[in-house]
Design a protein around this ligand. Structure first.
Ligand SMILES: NC(=O)c1ccc[n+]([C@@H]2O[C@H](COP(=O)([O-])OP(=O)(O)OC[C@H]3O[C@@H](n4cnc5c(N)ncnc54)[C@H](O)[C@@H]3O)[C@@H](O)[C@H]2O)c1
Length: 440
C-alpha cells in the first residue's frame, strides 16, 4: 500500500520504517527541515536498536522516502498516519495542536482518491471525531479517520512494531476496517490479535494500558517502602508474587519511578479526562504522586547518609535516559536527582551510554554538571556512585574498578541492579530500594 507517516519521532520513524520493511511504499513527512535532511542521508536522529539498519535498507530499496512537504507526501497515500507530539498542557490535558494543525492542512491536500487518516499519536477520547471535522472542513474526497494507538516500547520499538502483542484499531466504517486489516496483515499473522473496535475504545485503551503500568510500578514502590520499614526483602517478595500468573513478573520492579515521554503525561491526561467526565478516578492520583516522589526516595537516602551535608561533594551518576536502551531523557528520574543535588550545592559527574549529549545540551551553562564518556571516568573524585538507569553495561561492571575509582566504596542504587551479597563481599556500603542497606 502507499502509506504516509506524518511526524518522524520515536513513533513515526519506527512506524514508517517497519511498514516499509513489510513491503509498503512509505513517505515520511516532518516539518523539521534539518531532521528530514539527515533522514534522507540515512542518519537516524534517535537511538533505537535495529532502526538504522531497517531504515537504510529500505531507503536503498526505494521503499522509504522523506519530505517536509505534506501535500507532496500524501498525494498517493491510501493511509496517512499522524504520529505527532501530544505533550501535556498545564492542566494535564493533551495538547492536540500539532495533530489538529496537520488535520487542517490535510483538508487542503487530501489525495484525490479514498484514504484513511490514522491517529497513531496518543490522543484523548473524541480526537478521531475532531480530526475528522478538521479535515472535512474543506476536503472534497471521501476519507475515514481511524484510531490506532501505538504500544511500542522505546528500546524495543522495532521488535514491538514488527511483532506486536496486539494491534488496536478503532473504526467507523467497513471500508476503513478493510484498509487497516490489509495494512497490518503481515504484522498480525501467527495469532497476534488485531482488535477492531470503535474510536473511543481504541483511544481509551492506550491510556488504560499506560495508567495500569504506572499503577503497577507505584504499587511495588509502596511495597518497597514497607519492606524497608519492616525489614523485608522486596527482591524475594517481587519474585514470589510475580510467580502468580494472575500477577506476572513484568513491571514489578521497584526503583526511582518511571519517566519517559509517555507514562507521566498519559496518566495526567487520563486524570483530566476523568474529571471532564465527572469521575473521580482515585487510583490515578495515588499512582501519580507515588511515582513523582520516587526519585526523591534516593536523594533522601543520600541526605540521610551524609547527614544533610552534600554541599561541595561530587557524585558519580550512572544513567540519564529514563530507561535502558534509549537516549530519551523526557521526564527521566535521573534529572530530578541531578536537580536535587545541584540545588543542595553538590556537583555531579554523569555517564550514560546514549543520553549524555542530550543532558549536556540541557545543562550547557552549569559548571557543576559534567558529562563524561566512560562509566569509570565518572567515578573519579566522587563521594558515591548513584545508579539511575539499569543499563546492562552497569550490571556488568567490575566492583573492584568501581571501588578503585570512588573516594569511598559507597553506592546508592535506584534500580537494584546489584545483588546485596555481591556488593557486601566487595566491601561496599550499599543502599537500594526496598532492601536492607549493606553497611560495612
Ligand atoms: N515515544 C514513545 O515511546 C511512544 C509510544 C507510544 C505512543 N507515543 C505517542 O506517539 C506520539 C508521538 O510521540 P513521539 O515520541 O514519536 O514524539 P516525538 O516528539 O519524538 O516526534 C514527533 C515528531 O513530529 C514532528 N512534528 C511536530 N509537528 C509537526 C507538524 N506540524 N508537521 C510535521 N511534523 C511535525 C516533530 O518534528 C517530531 O519529529 C505522542 O502522542 C506519544 O504520546 C509515543
Amino acid at each position: 500500500m502507499n502509506v504516509t507517516v506524518v511526524g518522524t519521532g520515536y513513533v513515526g520513524l519506527v512506524t514508517g520504517c517497519c511498514l516499509a520493511e513489510a513491503g509498503h511504499q512509505v513517505v515520511c513527512v516532518d516539518n523539521n527541515q534539518q531532521k528530514v535532511a539527515d533522514l534522507k542521508k540515512g542518519l537516524v536522529p534517535i537511538f533505537e536498536p535495529g532502526l538504522e539498519e531497517v531504515m537504510q535498507s529500505n531507503i536503498k530499496q526505494a521503499q522509504l522516502f522523506f519530505t517536509t512537504d505534506l501535500a507532496e507526501g500524501v498525494k498517493d497515500a491510501e493511509a496517512i498516519f499522524l504520529a505527532l507530539p501530544t505533550p501535556p498542557q498545564e492542566d494535564g490535558s493533551a495538547d492536540l495542536s500539532a495533530v489538529l494543525a496537520v488535520a487542517k492542512q490535510l483538508s487542503d491536500c487530501l489525495p484525490a482518491h479514498y484514504c484513511v487518516v490514522i491517529d497513531k499519536s496518543t490522543v484523548p477520547v473524541g480526537t478521531a471525531g475532531a480530526v475528522r471535522q478538521a479535515i472535512a472542513n474543506k476536503a472534497t474526497t471521501e476519507f475515514d479517520v481511524v484510531s490506532n494507538p501505538e504500544f511500542l516500547r522505546e528500546g524495543f520499538a522495532v521488535k514491538d512494531f514488527m511483532e506486536p502483542e496486539r494491534v488496536v484499531v478503532g473504526v467507523t466504517s467497513d471500508k476503513a476496517e478493510m484498509v487497516m486489516r490489509k495494512l497490518y496483515a503481515s504484522f498480525v499473522n501467527e495469532g497476534r490479535p488485531l482488535y477492531i473496535t470503535d474510536p473511543a475504545t481504541a483511544e481509551l485503551t492506550k491510556y488504560a494500558a499506560n495508567t495500569f503500568l504506572v499503577t503497577k510500578i507505584s504499587f511495588m514502590n509502596e511495597i518497597a517502602q514497607l519492606c524497608e520499614r519492616m525489614g523485608a526483602d522486596v527482591e524475594v517478595l517481587r519474585q514470589a508474587i510475580g510467580a502468580d500468573s494472575r500477577i506476572g513478573h513484568k513491571f514489578l520492579y521497584p526503583g526511582i519511578g518511571s519517566g519517559g515521554s509517555c507514562f507521566p503525561k498519559d496518566v495526567r491526561a487520563l486524570k483530566h479526562m476523568s474529571q471532564e467526565h465527572n469521575y473521580d478516578f482515585k487510583l490515578i492520583q495515588a499512582a501519580m504522586s507515588v511515582n513523582e516522589n520516587q526519585p526523591l526516595v534516593l536523594t533522601e537516602k543520600i541526605n540521610q547518609h551524609f547527614k544533610d551535608d552534600v554541599k561541595g561533594k561530587t557524585f558519580a551518576l550512572w544513567g540519564l535516559a529514563f530507561k535502558p536502551n534509549t537516549d530519551d531523557i523526557r521526564d527521566a528520574p535521573a534529572l530530578v536527582i541531578i536537580e536535587e543535588l545541584l540545588k543542595a550545592g553538590a556537583s555531579v559527574t554523569a555517564y550514560d551510554p546514549e543520553a549524555g549529549e542530550h543532558v549536556r545540551q540541557r545543562y550547557a551553562d552549569n559548571p557543576k554538571l559534567t558529562i563524561v564518556s566512560d562509566k569509570y571516568e565518572a567515578l573519579k573524585g566522587a563521594s558515591a556512585l548513584l545508579i539511575a538507569t539499569e543499563w546492562q553495561e552497569f550490571r556488568d561492571s567490575d566492583p573492584r574498578q568501581i571501588a578503585d575509582g570512588l573516594n569511598q566504596p559507597l553506592i546508592f542504587d535506584g534500580r537494584n541492579i546489584f545483588k546485596t551479597d555481591d556488593v557486601q563481599a566487595a566491601g561496599f556500603t550499599y543502599y537500594s530500594i526496598g532492601r536492607k542497606p549493606v553497611v560495612q
